[in-house]
Design a protein around this ligand. Structure first.
Ligand SMILES: Cc1ncc(COP(=O)(O)O)c(C=O)c1O
Length: 387
């Protein structure tokens, strides 16, 4: 072992001793409820493919057509020479779909989040107000900014109000997941918006898990909560979850988006996504808007799971979304239940600290419109067997 490796090796041992070593599972088939995982056939509740679009034939065909017509790569960053017609069309379509004035697309949601908050809040005179359970990318984004950081207890609007009232910051930015990725609950978006108005703050909303799933036509969590597009709101959503493809976008006012285009490092200093991805997302948006039946079926599965789990000794966290976390508490309990399900041919991810707070290890049951009622019944039966 090289001497510089030995501290890493010690830290890897510590992770293993704490039962926190993670491992990847290799899928030998495309993302779907029924997958081959390392050669074994499994029924999966472990993806964010909430509408079952990741392997939709029309979207796959659009991706192939996009590659034939526009090539494999964009060749440059958007500002240098990599902004192709499909990117421009997708921006326009996403703006129309969300109702915001303008959009920018990004290669990933992680990058989009890193691009937004530190561009709005830059110096010590500025302040960021973030929910404690925000996604890691929003936490990292706040760390990239030199602004003061305030983290309020999850969903606690009274605490947020106190922090905002006590702040003399020049620019205030409130940042929150819309649907919390490991809890599945919805942020109090209407109250967040009211506080942003009252304290003249930006409101940055990450709707990675609501876009496509929530609201009329799948327009997302803001539309679900009846919050119209507003110049003080920036909406980020990913295109690799319900939309089934990849990448992300940020929507906002003409001025806010123009400012991000000029100044956001995560936009300026990175190669634009392959244009074929934009062609595929355009097809996905058509399906998302038109196919209400997928969302209705997903809602029915959510109700079925919640009713079926009501008598279990473990509690499903309150959630009306496709993310249904079964709270176990200790890490080894979550692992044991995950392994028990695995032996029964069911794949559900166990989530442990640091992804969630200590003592709140859980199974993150992720439902998709591609699941059948029989699939969900099989999961409920297996959980009951192990209770
Ligand atoms: C809430 C939230 N925001 C952002 C991201 C990052 O998006 P992406 O996977 O496109 O990088 C994720 C998950 O991946 C997420 O759960």
């Amino acid at each position: 072992m090289c001497s510089c490796e030995s501290p890493l090796s010690a830290r890897l041992r510590q992770l293993a001793d704490a039962g926190l070593t993670r491992r990847r599972r290799r899928l030998d088939s495309p993302t779907a409820p029924r997958v081959l995982v390392e050669g074994q056939e499994m029924l999966a509740f472990a993806s964010n493919d909430y509408l079952g679009l990741a392997n939709h034939p029309d979207i796959v065909a659009a991706l192939a057509r996009g590659a034939r017509e526009w090539g494999a790569g964009s060749g440059a960053s958007h500002l240098v020479g990599g902004h192709l017609q499909p990117h421009a069309t997708l921006e326009k379509r996403l703006a129309e779909f969300t109702g915001f004035a303008r959009c920018l697309t990004f290669s990933t949601g992680y990058l989009a989040n890193l691009a937004v908050t530190p561009t709005l809040a830059t110096g010590r005179d500025d302040a960021i107000f973030a929910d404690r359970l925000n996604h890691a990318s929003l936490i990292d984004a706040a760390q990239l900014s030199r602004a003061r950081q305030h983290r309020y207890p999850h969903g606690d609007m009274a605490a947020l109000e106190r922090l905002l009232a006590a702040s003399a910051a020049k620019t205030k930015v409130i940042v929150s997941d819309a649907v919390f990725s490991m809890d599945g609950d919805l942020a109090p978006l209407a109250q967040l918006f009211q506080l942003a108005e009252r304290f003249d703050a930006w409101l940055v909303i990450d709707d990675a898990h609501g876009f496509g799933v929530m609201g009329p036509k799948g327009r997302g969590s803001l539309a679900h909560c009846g919050i119209p597009p507003h110049p003080r709101v920036l909406l980020m959503a990913t295109l690799g979850k319900a939309a089934g493809v990849g990448g992300a976008f940020v929507a906002g006012s003409e001025i806010a988006i123009e400012y991000l285009l000029q100044k956001a490092r995560g936009y300026v200093f990175t190669t634009a996504q392959p244009p074929a991805i934009a062609v595929a997302v355009l097809k996905s948006l058509e399906i998302i808007a038109a196919d209400e039946a997928r969302r209705a079926h997903l809602q029915a599965l959510i109700q079925q799971l919640r009713a079926g789990c009501a008598a279990l000794p473990w509690r499903l966290l309150p959630s009306e979304t496709a993310i249904q976390p079964l709270l176990l508490g200790e890490n080894d309990k979550a692992i044991a239940l995950m392994q028990g399900l695995w032996r029964r041919g069911l794949w559900v991810a166990a989530i442990r600290p640091p992804t969630v707070p200590p003592g709140t290890a859980r199974l993150r049951i992720s439902l998709s419109a591609a699941h059948s009622a029989a699939d969900v019944a099989r999961l409920i039966d297996a959980l009951r067997e192990m209770a």
